[in-house]
Design a protein around this ligand. Structure first.
Ligand code: CO
Length: 422
């Protein structure tokens, strides 16, 4: 079971090099499970027993099951589809003394820069193509070793092992071709998509790490892959959501975009996407606005975003007591300044849920002298206020293009999500 689950997770991540692809894959899972696709631009005809999903910007998705019209509340699990990466700028080819062509890129999110060097990279994202009188969107994944960001040799920077600061405009531009090649990125993409080069009007394209997921360690304890933050949570939440039959509540599986850049977009946690969807469920089932507010008071959200495990080389960076370990269960995240919205009430509800599911849980708090990160729960709460717990699966190397987790923890979240949605 655990091995199959990790392999399925790796396969999901491989097909999901960007948030656009992740949402496409999640939609495939849902369609296969009999969910009906709704469009924000159309009228929704919802019925008791129905299963639906809706996307926004192709990079955020909300799925829900209408178990009954007189539901008592929403049970929501939210995660995010994006990860730190390098985004390709407009007109990206840069000629280097007629000898090389490199691509102009900019950072997306708070990445660890060093691990992006000296590894095969590729390009994926979406392209907008002029198709007669209309503009159509096409997802693209070049899906071959295409780019590399070469390190400077130690001989040319003797300080390279004593701490380097990376200038993204100088140090991190990937090599694309030798000079004199007449293959531009646009040409390469147009050939793959079988469209005219001139018809490609615009793009949202990101670099991604080509290395596939790997299970390793003396007893195969560790699972490493790109984009574990936060596709591990998005995947586990979906598996639990699909595996559960909800009776009294509306089960909502929600994957939002742009968490890595502050969530402040139309498809991020600060947007009205979740609120709009819940309101349309409410009115689509013939309920009043007051009933909507009443159900919010009886609702619960799991904000799921990966958590820091104790690092073997930096135990001093962790809280002396609340430092989660790989393979030891779901992490409940606390922060006095409310970067995480866990409080005594939501923590108790979640611990009880895990106990009922037979799943171990552990706790994370930052060292009091290290500010730590943030996530989407408290941002989402400003639009859709409800009892919320911030949780995640323990991992190392967060925001590296190759992150490490435990082989057991994905299953723990699947089980807890199943209990939550059932
Ligand atoms: Co995250």
């Amino acid at each position: 079971m655990i091995q199959n689950l990790n392999e399925e997770l790796f396969s999901f991540i491989k097909k999901s090099p960007t948030g656009f692809h992740a949402v496409h894959e999640l939609a495939n899972y849902l369609t296969e499970a009999g969910f009906e696709r709704l469009a924000e631009g159309n009228t929704w005809n919802l019925a008791e027993g129905g299963k639906y999903f809706v996307t926004r910007n192709q990079s955020a998705i909300i799925a829900f099951k209408v178990s009954r019209k007189d539901y008592s509340g929403f049970h929501i699990a939210a995660s995010h589809s994006d990860s730190p990466s390098l985004k390709i700028k407009e007109d990206p080819e840069m000629n280097v003394e007629n000898q090389y062509v490199k691509l102009n890129v900019e950072k997306y999110g708070g990445m660890l820069c060093a691990p992006w060097f000296d590894r095969p990279l590729s390009v994926a994202g979406r392209i907008i193509v002029k198709d007669g009188n209309r503009l159509t969107t096409k997802l693209i994944n070049v899906d071959r070793d295409l780019l590399m960001i070469p390190n400077l040799a130690i001989h040319m920077n003797r300080e390279a092992n004593s701490g380097v600061s990376y200038n993204p405009q100088k140090d991190m531009l990937p090599l694309f071709s030798m000079g004199g090649s007449d293959v531009s990125l646009q040409k390469l993409l147009s050939t793959q998509l079988d469209v005219e080069e001139k018809d490609i009007l615009s793009h949202d394209l990101f670099l991604y790490n080509r290395m596939e997921g790997s299970i390793w360690g003396a007893e195969n304890e560790f699972a490493s892959s790109a984009r574990l933050d936060d596709l591990q949570c998005a995947f586990a939440s979906l598996k639990g959501f699909l595996g559960a039959q909800k009776q009294d509540c509306i089960a909502v599986h929600c994957v939002l975009d742009n968490e890595e850049v502050g969530s402040g977009t139309k498809q991020g946690a600060a947007s009205t996407f979740l609120k709009d969807t819940l309101l349309r469920i409410n009115s689509g089932l013939g309920r009043t606005y007051e009933e909507y507010l009443m159900t919010l008071a009886d609702s619960f959200m799991i904000s799921a975003d990966n958590a820091h495990a104790l690092h073997p080389n930096y135990t001093d960076k962790a809280d002396p007591v609340n430092h989660p370990l790989l393979n030891k269960g779901i992490v409940i995240k606390y922060n006095a300044n409310q970067k995480y919205c866990t409080d005594a009430v939501s923590a108790a509800v979640f611990k009880d849920l895990c106990d009922r599911a037979g799943v171990p849980w552990q706790t994370f708090v930052n060292r009091s002298d290290i500010p730590g990160g943030s996530t989407l729960g408290n941002i989402s709460n400003t639009q859709v206020p409800m009892n919320t717990v911030d949780i995640g699966l323990p991992q190392l190397s967060m925001h590296s293009p190759y992150e490490t987790a435990g082989v057991r923890d994905t299953e723990y979240f699947v089980k807890a999500a199943k209990e939550f949605f059932a």
